[in-house]
Design a protein around this ligand. Structure first.
Ligand SMILES: Nc1ncnc2c1ncn2[C@@H]1O[C@H](COP(=O)(O)OP(=O)(O)OP(=O)(O)O)[C@@H](O)[C@H]1O
Ligand SMILES: [Mg+2]
Length: 276
């Protein structure tokens, strides 16, 4: 509870700093403070990839040696507020997914802090789904895993399936998930996650995998989720998705936050950088 109090306090400070109070109260949902995330990879030693180099590594291996560190997020600080949709952009390997995992509490901070107000839910391309179970069972399991009751799942079941559009081309929802295309699976994952109002919803690339029609539908849902007082983080390599859904964007490069500002301003810089 101390964290909630602290964030409330910070909200007031920010409100003062921002001049005249905005129409809605500025309630922080996620605060990252000089956050550093380091992955430790065991058994990965430096050296050339030749067979002799590999043999040498095995023969000369020291106990406790061979730990490589990947410094994936370097001193990132920002505050996200309720009602904001925030885009996360940057090259491959720049630390976007790592940052979201840290916010979700799945990765420990090497140093610095992450405070969250409410329960963050991470909806990633790898979100857990049981491939051998039918889409139907996955909807139920996914709903229960998000904390819905059996009755709530039953109530929302049809709208989840309709939203996903899985059944538009036949009765696919009763087939095992492993028979779905990657786009179909991503759509179902998004539909399950979007069936609940989240305090903090983090979407990693999910929108980019659907077709045009589904993209439009999911962008609309992201806007609704935002209005329903949550905070949405969206990672995407599709600048249009970011433009259409987010008013604020964070740009990460090599683990560092290079720009945090209004989407149009940040994307302009980013597009200059990527040469588009
Ligand atoms: N499980 C892991 N173990 C070790 N290093 C990792 C792990 N996951 C990611 N990394 C490293 O951390 C860095 C950031 O990776 P991350 O997945 O966060 O990038 P990203 O911005 O999401 O990239 P993309 O746009 O390709 O999804 C990369 O250098 C990557 O190699
Ligand atoms: Mg990623």
């Amino acid at each position: 509870m101390a964290v909630a109090e602290e964030t409330q306090e910070k909200a007031e400070i920010v409100q003062q700093a921002d001049g005249p109070p905005a129409q809605k109260p500025w309630i922080p949902t996620v605060i990252a403070q000089d956050l550093h995330i380091v992955y430790r990879v065991y058994g990965g030693a430096k050296g050339k990839g030749s067979a002799t180099a590999a043999l040498n590594r095995i023969v000369r291996r020291k106990p406790g040696g061979g730990v490589r560190e990947v410094h994936a997020v370097k001193g990132v600080s920002f505050t996200a507020y309720r009602g904001q949709a925030i885009g996360l952009i940057g090259s491959n390997g720049s630390g976007k997914s790592t940052l979201l995992r840290a916010i979700a509490g799945l990765l420990p901070a090497e140093s610095g802090h992450v405070y969250t107000n409410g329960q963050p839910s991470l909806l990633g391309v790898n979100a857990a789904m049981m491939n051998d179970l039918t889409g139907e069972r996955n909807v139920v399991l996914g709903g229960l895993a998000m904390g819905l009751s059996r009755e709530e799942v039953a109530e929302r079941y049809q709208s989840i399936v309709d939203f996903s559009g899985i059944n538009e081309k036949g009765d696919f929802i009763t087939l095992p998930m492993r028979t779905y295309s990657s786009g179909m699976a991503a759509r179902l994952r998004f539909s399950i996650a979007a069936a609940k109002n989240h305090d903090v919803l983090m979407i990693d690339e999910a929108l980019a995998t659907g077709d045009k029609k589904f993209q439009r539908r999911s962008e609309k849902r992201v806007r609704q989720l935002r209005e329903e007082a949550g905070t949405v983080f969206l990672v995407s390599h599709n600048n249009k998705s970011i433009r259409d859904t987010c008013e604020r964007t964070l740009w990460l490069e090599k683990g560092e936050l290079v720009h945090d500002g209004p989407t149009e301003e940040v994307l302009k810089e980013y597009e200059k950088f990527t040469g588009k």
